[in-house]
Design a protein around this ligand. Sequence first.
Ligand code: ATP
Ligand code: MG
Ligand code: MG
Length: 675
Amino acid sequence: MGSSNGQRLGITEPISLAGPTDDDLMRTRKLEKYLRDVNLYESQEEAVSREEVLGRLDQIVKIWVKKISRAKGLNDQLLQEANAKIFTFGSYRLGVHGPGADIDTLCVGPRHATREEDFFGELHQMLTEMPEVTELHPVPDAHVPVMKFKFSGVSIDLLYARLSLWVIPEDLDISQDSILQNADEQTVRSLNGCRVTDQILRLVPKIQNFRTTLRCMRFWAKRRGVYSNVAGFLGGINWALLVARICQLYPNAVPSMLVSRFFRVYTQWRWPNPVLLCAIEEGSLGLQVWDPRRNPKDKYHLMPIITPAYPCMNSSYNVSTSTLRIMMDEFQRGHEICEAMEKNEADVDWDTLFEPFTFFEAYKNYLRIDISAENADDLRNWKGWVESRLRQLTLKIERHTYNMLQCHPHPGDFSDKSKPLYCSYFMGLQRKQGVPVGEGEQFDIRLTVKEFKQAVSMYTLRKPGMQISVAHVTRRNLPNFVFPGGVRPSRPSKGTWDSRRALERKVSSHTKPGADDGRKRKQTDDNVDTHLRNAKCHATMPSSSGEFREGSPIVSTISSSSINLQFEHMDANELVGSNREKVENNLTDSIRDSRNSVEVSSHNGKVDGPMIGDPRNKGLSFNSSNSKDAEKLAIEKIMSGSSSSALSPNGGLGELEVLSADLITSIASSITSSG
Ligand SMILES: Nc1ncnc2c1ncn2[C@@H]1O[C@H](COP(=O)(O)OP(=O)(O)OP(=O)(O)O)[C@@H](O)[C@H]1O
Ligand SMILES: [Mg+2]
Ligand SMILES: [Mg+2]
């Protein structure tokens, strides 16, 4: 049975009930020390101050609700009982927040406390008048409306849920579905964060192990540049769900094991099989739940990670083929490092796993998006809008180049300290591996960029001075402010796992051309590397200033419509018979350019992850120990679902055809109607 108290948590049996060995315990201690050393835990002082702030906030909403109840002329009894209450969610509620993280809070109020007038009106006004409150920013028009501010220096996100109750009891349980009855859409969405977080905490067997593992995975994802919902990677809630599922599958494992199993399971996961912590209940309130058989949009989700509270939704609909590929590569890298750690290989430690991904060494070509505004408020709003549109740019570039050009968005922005009202975003560009290079072929993305800029300029709250420009830059022309400390490294990183792996691959392909297998590998590698190394990419910019210069004023002087990426094929013979030094140089280039350790193939624009028994999985170094083989089978079984219940007649599969029959079965068996 799954959990320590004998109750199975999760929709399948666990994969393994094994507990830790002495080595696992030792690795866990090292991991915990590592996480403390990199400052992932807040101080006791900060923890206390957060609690005080939460206490104050709860008092404030209670005062607020009395005040507005009185103003509305409620009778004495209702006035006396008038109540509102603060709940928390997000990383703070999960217990995985770092120093300086925000506290995500939800104010639950009664039916007579409205969102517009009372929450964004009166409560906002009250906060404005408090000296402890700074940087107050109401965002009433967001998908999930929020009031953002700092209270005694602690960042707060405050959402509002208006229930249909006249009185909010102090012991209100928001996990019961009836709480959603007659609630407006924004309230349902606002309640969702809390309800999901509570469910996660109920559905994991040993919370402390879950927390440490999640801290580790969040830190890892940030270091590897795959932490960001808005950029199409995964955010806090997604990582929490992925880790929670691993905890269910290995209920007696300790954090070091859970991290390693995380990579083991998710390198084998055949997306778009959904990750589920519990069955998807259809519920009785008629709210839409994730169901690719019914909702056309859900069929296109590439990496479904389903929330465990009604109405169950996919929390990761932003993931695209590109970001999925990047994440799968990262899972593969993590898997290899954990395997090496478990074999006690020299030079491999937690530090190796957490080595930062050197985004600005990884590509030769980048797209640079600069934005600017007239004041800090405008820039914040403009950034929020542009960031939410950037994903469309990557999707469009890939679509418009028939997926031959791959786009890697950098999560987060950069800015030049000397220019406070400007900021820049970057995307790495590369030819898709394995795509043959056509003679003199070029990628013209002018139209794509133009369309993107048009879409961005549709911003309804656009103010004068909100500018955007897009330019192509080569690695050499990257501005200094993108590098740590504003200093461009004189040479590419050496001695890292990534550089060593690239070197190994390169050396083996250059020195072992004998065996059939080796020849094949060499050909593939050369093919890929040749494309990258010989891809001469330049932008044609017939602008007044002529050239894009580092540190030049924002690219408004450069017509972004003139971007014309050209990838010219050069003479591949140059590579053959090169002297040692030349090979070294090429290696350095290929280290920078090679990120993909596993190829994720794409059929009809749909990605399907590596499969067990698939030759692509050769890189997975499962040793032949029985327990690991058994685990492999168990993972496979989870993917195929245990039930063979038929699909509903209105299934209407359409594009779902691309999903495996197994998936359909597992979806069918996991979506249940609640009685
Ligand atoms: N853009 C978004 N779309 C959907 N849900 C979101 C979004 N932003 C935040 N949320 C919800 O709010 C929660 C908290 O978000 P937040 O950005 O504060 O992340 P977090 O997991 O608390 O991490 P951190 O420690 O960085 O604050 C998320 O877990 C999610 O439920
Ligand atoms: Mg948070
Ligand atoms: Mg937040």
